[in-house]
Design a protein around this ligand. Structure first.
Ligand SMILES: [Zn+2]
Length: 276
């Protein structure tokens, strides 16, 4: 089983570029299945209303719960004061198992980290090169797992990516994903110093080709067991307790394995939902 831990889905409501306009899955799904990717974590594109965007992602996840996981996107600034409620809805009504935050929207806050802690969810936080914050996150929230995508910089900031390796190696709760990372030496260095247990395969689909991204993992030449950690094992470990704390508090016995999908599924292949 190969799990892509980083893919966008649904419509954005901006018109700046693909990242806030539309994340259509048709081509991605075709490419991913040809590459042997069997499961994918979905979260929204940039949006001015993540409650609405998360619900759209939930409908796509609910259309193929065997194929998709969902992460809840929140804006730490605009959603201030309602993060906990949004995350509770995402976990309990949508079956989501993680949180996505992007510094483009706003810097991560204690409110986000505490919601992650309350629901035992990993946080995928794009720091946009601001790697120093990872030191604070890792120490203040030891019991929360942080996935810092693109090794800290989608725009190939070598200084940031290089600096992240130190955090990966030192902090047990800091992870990275491989999506969009071009400087292969840095990936190798991360695997060597921090170990395969700290690296998750991700694609940043549908905008990057999942087959190309997976080829980078193969090129690392890891031992089979280590490669399996990168391509799924690590992710499954990070979400293994997702929602458990709130479930114990509010609905004994109900766990994410039987997510209460209360939403009408959307067919991700439907051209009505994803107009050309
Ligand atoms: Zn992304």
């Amino acid at each position: 089983m190969i799990i892509d831990c980083h893919c966008h889905a649904g419509k954005g409501d901006g018109l700046t570029g693909p990242w806030d306009t539309s994340a259509r899955l048709e081509k991605y799904l075709h490419r991913a299945s040809r590459a042997g990717i069997t499961k994918t974590v979905l979260f929204a594109a940039f949006h001015s209303d993540y409650s609405a965007a998360n619900r759209e992602v939930a409908r796509i996840v609910a259309s193929r719960p065997d194929r998709f996981y969902g992460f809840a996107f929140v804006n730490p600034e605009r959603d201030r004061g309602r993060i906990f409620a949004m995350i509770r809805e995402a976990v309990e009504d949508m079956g989501f198992c993680g949180i996505k935050v992007h510094r483009h929207d706003g810097r991560i806050t204690r409110e986000v980290c505490e919601a992650a802690r309350a629901f035992s969810l990993p946080v995928l936080y794009d720091v946009m090169g601001e790697v120093s914050i990872v030191e604070l996150l890792a120490v203040e929230y030891r019991d929360v797992s942080f996935i810092i995508p693109h090794m800290g910089s989608f725009s190939d900031d070598w200084r940031a990516q290089s600096a992240l390796i130190d955090h990966l190696a030192r902090h047990p709760n800091v992870f990275t994903d491989t999506s969009g990372v071009r400087r292969f030496d840095l990936l190798e260095e991360a695997a060597r110093r921090a170990g395969a247990k700290k690296i998750l395969f991700g694609t940043d689909g549908p905008w990057l080709h999942p087959g190309v991204e997976l080829a980078k993992i193969r090129a690392l030449g890891l031992a089979k067991q280590e490669e399996q950690l990168v391509t799924g094992g690590n992710f499954l470990r990070l979400i293994s307790k997702a929602g458990s704390r709130s479930s114990r508090l509010q609905a004994p016995g109900s766990r994410l394995q039987t997510p209460p999908f209360q939403i009408e599924p959307t067919d991700p292949w439907s051209s009505e939902q994803f107009p050309v």
